[in-house]
Design a protein. Structure first.
Length: 132
C-alpha cells in the first residue's frame, strides 16, 4: 500500500449519517466499524469508531464519532478540497455538497482563472471545489 494523505473528520455522534451522505456525493465504497464491534461496553456501541470512504476517482475520506469521554471541538482550521479539470464531475459534487449548505463563495470563475467555490455543508464541514 502506498502512503496517502487524506482528511480525517471527527463527528459529535453523527458520523454514520455524514459518511453515508459523502458516499452519495462522491460514490465509492464505505467501510464502517462501530465501537460495539470492538468490545463495546462504552455506551456508544452503535457509534462509528472508524469509517473509510474510497472512491474510483482516488479520493479517500476517513471519519469517526468522538471516542467516549472526548469532547467534540469543531474547528475552522481545515477544509476538504476537491480539485481537477473534469468540470462535469466536479460540478456534480458541488451541486450535492452545496445543497442545504452555507455557500461562502459561489462556484464561478475567479481572478486566477479557475472556477472555484467554497461551502460549509450541513454537517459543518468546509469544502473547496476548484475546476482548473
Amino acid at each position: 500500500m502506498t502512503s496517502r494523505l487524506n482528511p480525517y473528520i471527527s463527528f459529535p455522534g453523527n458520523a454514520r449519517q455524514a459518511m453515508e451522505f459523502y458516499k452519495t456525493v462522491l460514490g465509492g465504497e464505505l467501510a464502517l466499524n462501530t465501537y460495539g464491534q470492538y468490545g463495546g461496553g462504552t455506551g456508544q456501541d452503535d457509534k462509528v469508531m472508524h469509517a473509510m470512504l474510497e472512491t474510483s476517482s482516488g479520493f479517500t475520506l476517513m471519519g469517526a464519532d468522538n471516542p467516549p469521554g472526548m469532547q467534540h471541538q469543531p474547528g475552522n482550521n481545515f477544509a476538504v478540497s476537491l480539485s481537477g479539470d473534469d468540470a462535469d464531475e466536479l460540478r456534480g459534487y458541488w451541486d450535492k455538497l452545496s445543497d442545504g449548505a452555507t455557500v461562502a463563495v459561489p462556484l464561478e470563475k475567479q481572478a486566477w482563472g479557475d472556477v472555484f467555490g467554497m461551502c460549509t455543508d450541513r454537517f459543518g464541514i468546509t469544502w473547496m471545489v476548484n475546476i482548473g
